[in-house]
Design a protein around this ligand. Structure first.
Ligand SMILES: C[S@@+](CC[C@H](N)C(=O)[O-])C[C@H]1O[C@@H](n2cnc3c(N)ncnc32)[C@H](O)[C@@H]1O
Length: 277
């Protein structure tokens, strides 16, 4: 299995606990960009633990159909459990690859892709275009490509401690993440998304920044959050115990200036896009 998907499998329950509540305002805003109608057939590509799928399900109603597709079986298990708990029998979660969707041409009214843009951009957008019905809507969001401030400080400190630990697994992870950065380097601004989506065939594409403040109750919660991410978890797992302990001390010192008596606040920025086939 692809190293990225292994990492998401290992991350699944912590993803649900630490990411989903913080990503919810972004998904809420993304879904406001398009009025999904009752009875709609919706694809949530790279659905993870089903955040967007379960948020759009009430709009599509029991007469609609929501397919969540993800390559991580552990993420899908959580998505299925949540949808069942909500009584959303219109949701179905299946294993699959968003770069080669197992779906007929012209089969969805809406395709959503929330923070799951992996693969070569034109290939992925081309798949979304292919499976959308004529005039169907694409809603997607991606994080800002270059994050500064606290995130940059976290990553720089991590890399200072991790660079001498080059296990096979960590090398594979670095290679996957480097390829991902290279694949998406052309897409830096909302205008870049609009241009590439039009090149792929979308008739309309409108993209914009959306930002939201995320709060951590203290520095430890903030550090735990960043240490759990797919890249960081692979790097930390490869370190020996003594180095990991040194990193923990160093990261507390490095991030202390970002904390105050109320905790830590980070401003997160995403590019959100609505396009029509
Ligand atoms: C950051 S999570 C986003 C999950 C969800 N959309 C959300 O907003 O919470 C990225 C997801 O993309 C999935 N993924 C990555 N590459 C994939 C691929 N080629 N095909 C299907 N899923 C993929 C991962 O397994 C992971 O669940």
């Amino acid at each position: 299995m692809d190293i990225l998907i292994q990492l998401y499998d290992e991350f699944a329950s912590e993803y649900e606990r630490t990411r989903v509540p913080r990503f919810r305002p972004f998904v809420k805003r993304l879904l406001q960009l398009y009025d999904t109608r009752p009875g709609s057939h919706v694809l949530d590509a790279g659905c993870g633990t089903g955040l967007a799928a379960t948020m759009v399900a009430p709009r599509a109603g029991h007469g609609g159909k929501i397919f969540g597709v993800d390559a991580s079986e552990k993420m899908l298990e959580i998505a299925r459990h949540k949808a069942k708990g909500f009584g959303f029998d219109q949701c179905e979660f299946v294993a699959g690859d968003i770069t080669k969707l197992d779906a007929a041409d012209d089969s969805f009214d809406v395709v959503i892709c929330s923070f799951a843009l992996w693969g070569e951009p034109r290939a992925v957008f081309g798949e979304f275009f292919r499976v959308l019905k004529p005039h169907g809507a694409l809603l997607l969001q991606n994080w800002e490509p270059e994050r500064g401030g606290l995130v940059r400080k976290f990553n720089d400190t991590l890399h200072a401690y991790s660079k001498k630990f080059s296990t096979e697994r960590v090398l594979q992870t670095r290679a996957v993440l480097a390829k991902h950065r290279a694949d998406w380097s052309e897409l830096q601004t909302p205008q870049d998304y609009e241009r590439v989506l039009r090149e792929v065939g979308f008739s309309q594409a409108a993209a914009q920044w959306f930002e939201n403040a995320t709060h951590f109750k203290n520095l430890d919660e903030c550090i735990e959050f960043h240490a759990l991410g797919v890249g960081a978890r692979a790097e930390l797992a490869a370190m020996d115990e003594a180095t990991r302990a040194q990193f923990v001390t160093a990261i507390r010192d490095a991030l202390q200036p970002f904390a105050n008596a109320r905790g830590v606040e980070e401003i997160w920025r995403a590019i959100q896009v609505r396009a029509r086939k």
